[in-house]
Write a protein that binds this ligand. Structure first.
Ligand code: FAD
Length: 394
């Protein structure tokens, strides 16, 4: 039996940051993942450090605090993570989306976030590659950023290992060891790991692990798909997504309440286009609400992305596609994460289902480490409690 102060389950952005910060705080820490590092949603993303899609009521101050942490993150980890400034545009295609984006502005401005609505005729000034006839306008956030996703995740792992972190990949957690209402370890096919605390950073898989603890947590997921092109001399100026990301997912349900993956839903994509620092276009996103935890890219999804991108960005037509991928991405009905300790299970902390994950990553690590050492956090986690009552999307 291996014995640690802290076990972190799930080696995505969140788990790697948490494991690093716990090691830095001097706790003997192990990071466990059923696959390799970044086996889940974290291998699928663009690395955008984004404010644009923030939930405004409870999350904005956390997101802004997360953003501030990026200023010295490379120095802190002693590694280049490809951090660069980038603007973002949320494309608006109808009046309802315009009103929705307009309604967000006062809260954003009050929090000190620069954001403005730009009518279509001015869009070429901020994003020359975009066909302005394909939108009514956009909500522009000039001050966001991007990292290289793998560089950031590996920076956390490598810096953590320098501070004593043990990484166990290919180790699936299949049960929990409990004593007197307190979590004391986890069971895996490779044996039992004992510990003084567990951080659950398992993204879309979190409900599966919750069931092992006798809990039903209303975390849903979409299977998000994207494609990457060859390098191009064309330069995208911003990360561009669609205001349609704010519209509620309405899956078709069978009489037994299971999600039916209809053909129409499988062919749906919502615009999300970015570019890597090296010039590859990242094109997405087909996002299918599903109850299957699979990572299979589909022809229907990939074709839907291509059609959508061609409509808004005719200039990228003809670029060769290198590969496509899919991954399950967690979300909740109230757009708030599961972030905090759990009533009735001592020394268990959950950190999953963040709406925008990259931007909060350093803050989440710091918060879990503070809780582990002091039993309290500077951040008010009440709205994010895993014990809140919440409608399951399916
Ligand atoms: C195309 C696309 C683009 C995106 N772009 C962005 C972006 O630019 N910015 C942004 O902020 N977000 C983006 N996202 C979303 C982002 O990728 C996710 O929100 C984020 O990766 C979630 O990270 P995580 O660490 O919470 O979970 P995950 O990365 O999913 O990690 C969970 C881990 O838990 C492990 N696990 C599960 N069960 C077990 C078990 N029983 N035992 C051991 N290990 C287990 C899994 O193997 C997995 O590695 C994008 C998503 C997609 C699909």
């Amino acid at each position: 039996m291996l014995n640690y102060d802290a076990l972190v389950i799930g080696a995505g952005y969140i788990g790697c940051a948490v494991a690093h910060d716990l090691s830095e705080a001097g706790l003997r820490t192990a990071l466990l993942d059923r696959g390799p590092v970044a086996a889940g949603a974290s291998r699928a993303n663009y690395g955008n450090v984004q404010v644009q899609d923030a939930e405004l009521e409870h999350s904005l101050s956390m997101i802004m605090a997360g953003f501030e942490r990026f200023a010295n993150l490379e120095a802190r980890l002693g590694r280049d993570v490809g951090l660069r400034k980038l603007g973002s545009l949320l494309l608006i295609e109808n009046e309802a989306q315009w009103r929705r984006m307009e309604a967000r502005l006062p809260a954003l401005h009050a929090a000190g976030v620069e954001a403005e609505l730009i009518p279509a005729k001015y869009l070429p000034e901020v994003e020359p590659l975009l066909d302005p006839a394909s939108a009514l306008g956009a909500c522009y956030h000039p001050h966001e950023a991007q990292v290289n996703p793998f560089a950031l995740i590996w920076a956390y792992v490598a810096a953590g290992q320098e501070k004593g972190l043990d990484v166990h990949h290919g180790v699936e957690v299949t049960g929990f060891e409990m004593r007197g209402g307190r979590v004391k370890g986890v069971r895996t096919h490779q044996g039992t790991f004992s510990c003084d605390m567990v951080a659950l950073c398992t993204g879309a898989w979190t409900p599966q692990l919750a069931r092992l603890l006798g809990r039903e947590w209303a975390i849903s997921h979409v299977r998000g798909q994207a494609i990457v092109t060859e390098r191009s001399h064309l330069r995208l100026q911003n990360h561009v997504a669609s205001a349609a990301f704010f519209e509620e997912a309405q899956p078709t349900l069978s009489s037994s309440g299971r999600i039916v993956e209809t053909e129409a839903a499988s062919e749906k994509a919502i615009l999300a286009i970015s570019q890597t620092a090296e010039g590859h276009f990242l094109l997405g996103e087909a996002a299918l609400v599903t109850d299957r935890l699979d990572s299979t890219a589909t022809i229907a999804g990939q074709s839907a992305i291509a059609r959508l991108v061609e409509r808004h960005f005719p200039a990228v037509r003809g670029l060769r596609v290198l590969r496509g991928w899919a991954a399950p991405v967690a979300y909740t009905d109230d757009e708030l994460p599961f972030f905090g300790p759990v009533d009735g299970i001592e020394r268990l902390f959950v950190a999953a289902a963040f709406k925008s994950t990259v931007i909060v990553t350093p803050l989440v690590g710091e918060t879990v480490a503070q809780w582990a050492l002091d039993g309290r956090t500077d951040l008010d986690l009440t709205p994010f409690s895993p014990d809140r009552s919440l409608r399951h999307v399916h």
